[in-house]
Design a protein around this ligand. Structure first.
Ligand code: 4NP
Length: 180
């Protein structure tokens, strides 16, 4: 299982949008079972709150289902994750500070997967939720392909195991080739 966490300031706009988008992309690619995907805030200002209503509307418009409450990132979340995707330079600095100088090699700016290497502008301030969706969606697609290339064996194994399970009609865990 590869642990992927998305991080922004409040965990009510950009990172939960990224979580919902990335979960759906992973399902569409058939690799969702290989990934543990969640999202967090660097601050505690919105902890316990649902996704900001305009961000919810944007996601619903694009056909997403979600259930989320804002949660603050902890040191153990940082330690346990394999990939930490932040939205902007401030998030990057905050996560590295919370990590106490370690683990910075697994922190990536989500926008760095886009050609123009942007920060994902905060729609809490810009009010442009459609733009945030477009940027996050495009970057998530590139990031997923990056993971699929880098962890090709793990993804292929996940798919293989699921295929075996699907074909195991008597559900006893035996493989056909093991039988006489
Ligand atoms: P987010 O946006 O980091 O994309 O979730 C924000 C949401 C709330 C606040 C700031 C940014 N706030 O100050 O409450």
């Amino acid at each position: 299982m590869i642990g992927v966490i998305f991080v922004c300031l409040g965990n009510i706009c950009r990172s939960p949008m990224a979580e919902a988008i990335f979960k759906r992309l992973a399902e569409e690619e058939g690799v969702a079972d290989c990934l543990d995907i969640s999202s967090f805030a660097t601050s505690d200002c919105e902890v316990g709150n649902p996704i900001y209503p305009p961000a919810q509307r944007q996601l619903r418009e694009m056909g997403y289902n979600f259930s989320h409450r804002a949660q603050k990132l902890t040191f153990s979340d940082i330690k346990n994750a394999d990939y930490i995707l932040v939205m902007d330079n401030m998030n990057y600095d905050d996560v590295c500070r919370m990590a106490g100088g370690g683990y910075c090699s697994k922190v990536f700016k989500l926008g760095s997967f886009l050609q123009d290497q942007i920060e994902i502008a905060d729609p809490w301030y810009t009010c442009d939720f459609a733009r945030a969706y477009r940027e996050i969606y495009s970057a998530c697609k590139v990031f997923l392909h990056y993971l699929e290339t880098k962890h090709a064996k793990a993804f292929a194994y996940g798919k293989h195991v699921r295929a075996d399970e699907d074909n195991d009609d008597d559900n006893d865990g035996d493989k056909d080739e093991d039988k006489d």
